[in-house]
Design a protein around this ligand. Structure first.
Ligand code: AHR
Length: 503
């Protein structure tokens, strides 16, 4: 049985948690918008056509911010197509996904949906086919109070108050040859700079993210980040990262090595951003926006990505998640917490149907995929700040790294409630882990408030419409607390959350 130990001291913190780490992504792609969040005529639909079952699950998921409207879709999108009377909106060919976009749902519908469930919108501007002029006009439409042509147009459309969208992405994956209007780093860096400049002149309160690489395997990775930031460093706040975890060796042990790859990715991008700062002798620190991340490899064939005949909202990339995917998502969230000094926003991609934690049937039910659970539990319990941990654990060798600890963990403290929370993944797939967590500096003895795990001995087990609760959180069976020391036995291949409070 692997023995592992965590020591935590209340005096040593990594960072406050930016709650925007628990973001998600809604793209006009497949069935994410249509028959996902929006389905007029559905038995649960409200008067605006929003599915109440999906809205309820989104709330339960604990989402804080939502990126919209793409993704690759963004790079061919005219925001003007999606505002004003629906009957007058154009039907367009979407060249990102070879679908027909009806534009029945657009900016104002999205804002209504965000307000309904009290989440923050994150918008992107099209830097594929368009540029600074469209972007500054879009900020004016959304955020300017009144008295200009575009703010008055918004008011005429029924939105008297500004939408007050704070976070904006400068394009999407502009380094990718698949992108409509892909660019070189120099072309994009200049465009991002000039676009950011005028957007800020319209609304100085906004935050802006430049596109980093589409993934860490891009041939231009690292040089792209350096050159882009070298152009637009002074005008942006964030650089984006995208990653979709793969399972090329069909091995759960290797698959869980994606946790190390994510950590390398984050630390490398931080180093590059700080290198650009060094060339300017600048104290400014660019933050990271992991604005697309998830597992995605099963539904990735040509026919998953494209259906013939320009259909409206076809079934695209409807990945069904299994138990090992839930372990990896839980593990990646631990990595995000441990890097919370620099990763301030993150969006699990996407929310519903398209590689999403929520699945729906048109006209039918909605259910939670396996990955829903670690995300919802982390969002529910990770408040306040992340503490530094001193961990000891046996390791295993994998392709991602020569020494991967079986224990992967993070500890948070919410000073408002006094709760100290341990998030722990046991990556040993055959043996239970004996874990001690020593909590130093918290004064009086502690008690366990709740201790839950997500695991299943069958790593390929899934949730379906007919068996929606096959994988769901269960109590940790063997756990106790001895003064300030938690003593738990974590099942093989399990993700766990242990919530403590003052006794
Ligand atoms: O999330 C699906 C797609 O993956 C997005 O549109 C794109 O940005 C990424 O390549």
């Amino acid at each position: 049985m692997p023995q592992a130990k965590l020591i935590v001291d209340r005096d040593f913190a990594i960072s406050d948690i930016d709650r925007r780490l628990f973001g998600t992504f809604v793209e006009h792609m497949g069935r994410c918008v249509y028959t996902g969040i929006y389905e007029p005529g559905h038995p649960t639909a409200d008067e605006k056509g929003f599915r109440q079952d999906v809205a309820d699950l989104t709330k339960e998921l604990g989402v804080t911010i939502v990126r919209y409207p793409g993704g690759n879709f963004l790079s061919g999108y005219n925001w003007e197509d999606g505002v004003g009377p629906v009957a007058e909106r154009p039907r367009r060919l979407d060249l990102a996904w070879f679908s027909t976009e009806t534009n029945a749902f657009g900016t104002n519908e999205f804002i209504d949906w965000c307000r309904k469930i009290d989440i923050e919108p994150m918008f992107g501007v099209n830097l594929g086919t368009r540029g600074p002029d469209e972007a500054r006009r879009f900020v004016e439409y959304c955020n300017h109070p009144s008295g200009s042509q575009l703010s008055e147009l918004r008011r005429k459309h029924g939105y008297d108050k500004p939408h007050d969208v704070k976070f904006w992405c400068l394009g999407n994956e502009m380094d990718g040859p698949w992108q409509i209007g892909a660019k070189t780093a120099r072309e994009y860096g200049r465009l991002a700079l000039e676009t950011a400049k005028v957007m800020r002149w319209v609304d100085p309160s906004i935050e802006l993210a430049a596109c980093g690489s589409s993934n860490r395997d891009m041939a231009t990775y690292a040089r792209w980040e350096y050159e882009v930031l070298d152009h637009c460093f002074d005008y942006v706040d964030f650089i984006s990262l995208h990653t979709y975890f793969q399972n090329p060796h069909d091995s759960t042990e290797e698959f869980l090595g994606n946790i190390e790859l994510l950590d390398y990715f984050i630390k490398e991008v931080v180093a590059i951003a700080d290198a650009v700062a060094a060339t300017r002798r600048s104290p400014k620190r660019i933050m990271l926006s992991l604005d697309e991340w998830n597992v995605w490899y099963k539904a990735r064939s040509h026919s998953d990505l494209r259906k013939p005949g320009w259909p409206e909202h076809p079934h695209l990339i409807e990945e069904v998640y299994n138990a090992e995917d839930a372990l990896l998502i839980g593990g990646a969230l631990i990595t995000l917490l441990n890097n919370s000094d620099r990763v301030k926003t993150a969006c699990i991609a996407q929310l519903v149907n398209i590689i999403g934690p929520i699945m729906t049937e048109p006209g039918g039910p909605a259910w939670r995929q396996t990955i829903f659970h670690p995300f919802a539990l982390t969002s529910r319990y990770a408040h306040g700040r992340v503490l530094r941990t001193l961990a000891s654990s046996p390791t295993y060798a994998g392709k991602a790294a020569p020494e991967m600890p079986y224990l992967h963990a993070s500890v948070t403290e919410d000073e408002a409630t006094g709760q100290v929370v341990v998030f722990a993944l046991n990556r040993h797939l055959r043996e239970e882990m004996d874990l001690d967590v020593v909590l130093r500096g918290f004064g009086q003895d502690r008690r366990i408030v709740t201790a839950q795990q997500v695991s299943n001995p069958n790593f390929k087990a899934v949730n379906t419409k007919d068996e929606p609760n096959n994988i769901a959180p269960q109590p940790i069976k063997s756990i106790r607390i001895d003064g300030h020391t938690i003593k738990a036995k974590l099942p093989p291949g399990s993700w766990n959350v242990i919530v403590t409070a003052a006794a």
